[in-house]
Design a protein around this ligand. Structure first.
Ligand code: DAH
Length: 345
C-alpha cells in the first residue's frame, strides 16, 4: 500500500507539472483527489488494516495528499497568472497606433458664396434681416408696385397655395424683395439691410433654372439718398467681392419697384475685361438688378416719399457662385453629389 501511495504521488506530481492550463490542472485534481480519485480509492481500503498500519499509512497518505494539494494550488496560481498575463497582452492598447481617420465636413458652395456677399455688406454697416418664404400676394407683388397683369404673377411663374389671385392669397415668394416691405413696415429710417433667402419660381429645371434658388436683397432708406449712393455702394461691393481691379457699369433696365432701374455688370473676374468663356467674350458679367426705390413702394412701406428716398438691389446667389467657381449646371448645387461638394473644401 505504501508503494502504491508513492506511485500515486509520483504520478500526480508528474501530471500536475504537465498540466498546461487551469482546466487540465482541474482534471488532474479530480483524477487524484476527487471522490473517485486514485488517492481516495486507496484510502477506502484502509479499513482492513491493523491500527498500527492505519496510523503509519494514514500519515503517509495525509502527507501525500497535502503534497499533491500544495503542488496543485501552486500550479493553479501559476497557470491563472499566466492566463491573466496572456489576456492582458491580447487586450493591450497600443497608444502609438495611428488614430481612426474621419472626413472633415465642408460648407456648401452656396453657403460660402452667401456668407462672402453678406460679409462685404456687413463691413459697410448693413444689418441682416430675413423674411418668410410663404408670402402674401400683396407683399410679393402689390406693395412692390407690380402691375396686376404682370406676367410674373401668372400661375406658370408663381407657386400659389390657392386658386385665388387676391392680395391676401398666399404664394411661395418669387424674390426677396417682399422683405423690403416688411422691413419698412417694422423699422423707421435710416434703414440699411441685406436680406438673404430662398425664392421659388414655377420653372422647369435646366442648367440655369431651378424652381428653388437664393437671392440677396439690399435696401437703404434715408433722407437724401441718391443714385450716387447706389453707385458708390455697388462699386465698393464689386471691389471687395471680386478684387480691387473690378469695375462696374450701369445698364438702364426696368423693374416695377425701382425708378430709375438698372442692371449692373461687373468687369469679368476671370479675364479682367479682355473677353473669355466666362463673360462670353464681352468682358462684362451681369450680376444684379437695382434702382432707386419707387415712391409707391416707400408709401406701401409706410414711409413718406417726400421726405425719404432709397435704393435697392437684388442678386442671385447661384449665379454669382456659378460664375465664381465655374459651375456650369445650377442643378449640381442641389444634388449633393459628394464628388462635387467636396471640391469646395
Ligand atoms: N427682385 C428682382 C428679381 O427677382 C431683383 C431686383 C431688381 C431686386 C431690382 C431689387 C431691385 O431690389 O432694385 O429679379
Amino acid at each position: 500500500m505504501q508503494a502504491e501511495l508513492q506511485k500515486i504521488l509520483a504520478e500526480a506530481l508528474e501530471a500536475i507539472a504537465k498540466a498546461s492550463s487551469v482546466e487540465e490542472c482541474e482534471e488532474t485534481r479530480v483524477k487524484f483527489l476527487g471522490k473517485k480519485g486514485a488517492l481516495t480509492e486507496i484510502l477506502k481500503g484502509m479499513g482492513k488494516l491493523s491500527p498500527e498500519e492505519k496510523k503509519e499509512i494514514g500519515q503517509i497518505a495525509n502527507k501525500a495528499k497535502a503534497e499533491i494539494e500544495n503542488t496543485l494550488n501552486a500550479r493553479f496560481a501559476e497557470l491563472k497568472a499566466a492566463a491573466q498575463t496572456a489576456k492582458l497582452a491580447a487586450e493591450k492598447i497600443d497608444v502609438t497606433e495611428p488614430g481612426k481617420k474621419f472626413e472633415l465636413g465642408a460648407k456648401h458652395p452656396l453657403t460660402v458664396t452667401m456668407n462672402e456677399i453678406l460679409n462685404v455688406f456687413k463691413s459697410m454697416g448693413y444689418s441682416i434681416v430675413e423674411g418668410p418664404e410663404v408670402e402674401t400676394v400683396w407683399h410679393n407683388f402689390d406693395a412692390l408696385n407690380s402691375p396686376k397683369n404682370h406676367p410674373s404673377r401668372d400661375m406658370t411663374d408663381t407657386f400659389y397655395f390657392s386658386e385665388g389671385r387676391g392680395s391676401e392669397d398666399m404664394i411661395l415668394r418669387t424674390h426677396t424683395s417682399p422683405v423690403e416691405i416688411r422691413t419698412m413696415l417694422s423699422q423707421k429710417p435710416p434703414i440699411k439691410v441685406v436680406v438673404p433667402g430662398r425664392c421659388f419660381r414655377n420653372d422647369t429645371p435646366d442648367a440655369t433654372h431651378s424652381p428653388m434658388f437664393h437671392q440677396i436683397e439690399g435696401l437703404v432708406v434715408d433722407e437724401g439718398i441718391t443714385l450716387a449712393d447706389l453707385k458708390g455702394t455697388l462699386d465698393t461691393f464689386a471691389k471687395l467681392m471680386f478684387g480691387p481691379d473690378a469695375r462696374i457699369k450701369f445698364r438702364p433696365s426696368h423693374f416695377p419697384f425701382t425708378e430709375p432701374s438698372a442692371e449692373i455688370d461687373v468687369s469679368c473676374f476671370k479675364c479682367g475685361g479682355k473677353g473669355c468663356n466666362v463673360c462670353k467674350g464681352s468682358g462684362w458679367i451681369e450680376i444684379l438688378g437695382c434702382g432707386l426705390t419707387h415712391p409707391h413702394v416707400l408709401q406701401a412701406g409706410g414711409i413718406d416719399p417726400e421726405k425719404y428716398s432709397g435704393f435697392a438691389f437684388g442678386m442671385g446667389v447661384e449665379r454669382v457662385a456659378m460664375l465664381k467657381y465655374g459651375v456650369e449646371d445650377i442643378r449640381l448645387f442641389y444634388e449633393n453629389d459628394m464628388r462635387f461638394i467636396s471640391e469646395f473644401k
